[in-house]
Design a binder for this molecule. Structure first.
Ligand code: 13P
Length: 253
């Protein structure tokens, strides 16, 4: 089948004030104005979402959030609902990032609730999974991915075959400069895709985009993107500078 449409996604994590976010988004918008071959997402912090929406609306850049709460509203101090994200202009939301799992008590169960709430609200979740270095070294990579996918997508019903984006982010490759080799990425992505086929059938497995994340840079993106099951990148550090990020968007040039 034809390769899935690439998605190059920037996770700005806890970087950039409102002013800095707007300035970066403006620069990026100009730099990627002619992009045709890939979808683009940027995920600023919550406070920057609406101001950045003002910059990117109507452009090729889709807006994403970095987290959400699954309840519609209520007494949940410090949380943000899907409807709030939609009204701030979001189309995407990152769910289950390893930093949230590691530092903020995110579990496969909360990830599952968040994915289902996001899709019900019309958001496209970017569902993050990945093993730690210790898990890879002890040969548990596939069993970790298996559990994260099964539990994260438990009772999930795909209304559209491409209704979720999966991001494979090996924890040992995030922010370390240690990128997975493209063979390691392909092996994990192929495993995830075959699991999706087992759980949800071939149309879903063929349609779901699986992004690689972990020290993606302009000098390694092309090699990664050449692999058959790598459909895009979820980028942290290299997404913060618009020039650098635009080079990732133009990975084929
Ligand atoms: P780096 O690109 O900085 O390694 O971060 C990856 C990541 O966590 C994206 O979500």
């Amino acid at each position: 089948m034809a390769k899935r449409r690439p998605l190059i996604a920037g996770n700005w994590k806890m970087f950039k004030t409102c002013e800095e976010s707007v300035e970066s988004a403006q620069k990026l918008k100009t730099l990627v104005a002619d992009v045709d071959a890939a979808d683009i997402m940027i995920a600023p912090t919550f406070t920057s979402l609406f101001p950045v929406h003002g910059v990117v609306k109507g452009s090729r850049i889709g807006l994403g959030a970095q987290n959400l709460h699954w309840q519609k509203e209520g007494a949940f101090t410090g949380e943000i609902s899907c409807d709030m994200l939609v009204s701030a202009g979001c189309r995407y939301v990152i769910v289950g990032h390893s930093e949230r799992r590691q530092f903020f008590g995110e579990t496969d169960e909360s990830v599952n609730r968040k994915i289902r709430a996001a899709v019900s609200a019309g958001l496209l979740p970017v569902f993050c999974i990945g093993e730690t270095e210790a898990q890879r070294e002890s040969g548990e990579t596939f069993s970790v991915l298996d559990k994260q996918v099964r539990d994260g997508l438990k009772d999930f019903v795909f209304d559209a075959p491409a209704g979720v984006v999966v991001a494979y982010e090996p924890v040992w490759a995030i922010g370390t400069g240690k990128t997975a080799t493209r063979e390691q990425a392909q092996e994990a992505h192929a495993y995830i895709r075959s699991l999706l086929e087992t759980l949800f059938g071939k149309p879903v497995a063929d349609a779901v985009r699986i992004l690689y994340g972990g020290s993606v840079k302009p000098d390694n993106v092309k090699a990664l993107m050449e692999m058959p099951d790598v459909d895009g990148a979820l980028v942290g550090g290299a997404s913060l500078d618009p020039e650098t990020f635009s080079k990732l968007v133009f990975f084929n040039d």
